[in-house]
Design a protein. Structure first.
Length: 45
């Protein structure tokens, strides 16, 4: 039962890590393509 209670927290941590990796990758692509962070942020919506 305790392990089941631990799963949501573990999944949340993994999700945050994946989100940070994806965000870092998007920023890297933006820098590589010559765009600034502000331009990327305004393009998302």
């Amino acid at each position: 039962m305790n392990k089941k209670a631990d799963i949501p927290g573990w999944v949340q941590i993994v999700g945050i890590i994946i989100a940070l990796i994806v965000l870092a990758f998007l920023i890297w692509l933006a820098v590589k393509s010559g765009k600034t962070g502000v331009e990327v942020i305004t393009e998302i919506p």
